[in-house]
Ligand binder design. Sequence first.
Ligand code: HEC
Length: 146
Amino acid sequence: MRTLLLLAALAAAPVPAAAADVLAPYVVDGDAIREPIGNARGEPGRGRALVLAREPANCLLCHAVPDRDIRFAGDVGPSLARVGARLTAAQLRLRIVNSTLRDRDSMMPAYYRVDGLHAVAPAWRGRPILDAQQVEDLVAYLATLR
Ligand code: HEC
């Protein structure tokens, strides 16, 4: 019984992770981030799987994506058809990391940020929604949409 209580207390304890510990540094250059986050190498197949899985990124809530396996998608944001021809990898990266860096009023969630989040689910407190590898996988996938 005592062990159970201890485990419950541990599970409920907040994780004291500072932003610097969980986010790799990156440099914003205009509307782009040129270097891969955390030097991760993106892989398009994993990026596509992340989009299809819906959680935790849920791009399909707001974006249509041309893919035979996607039937339902929202239209709050523009279709991502041919987005790899419209935007460079560096521009795609900034939009996924934190779209408010280019447009304060952007409606898109900042996927690689820990501060400034309001009402986030406990699982995401102190952590970005996506890690560096997932950001790079998405960049690599979107770059194939031409
Ligand atoms: C809550 C809605 C929402 C979600 C979820 C969302 N976006 Fe967006 N996104 C937008 C909106 C709205 C825009 C248009 C510009 C703006 O408001 O920043 C946009 C713009 C973009 C653009 C630029 C498109 C262009 O043609 O210029 C890209 C790329 C993009 N989103 C990718 C993604 C990816 C990848 C995900 C998932 C990881 C995602 N978005 C999740 C709403 C969303």
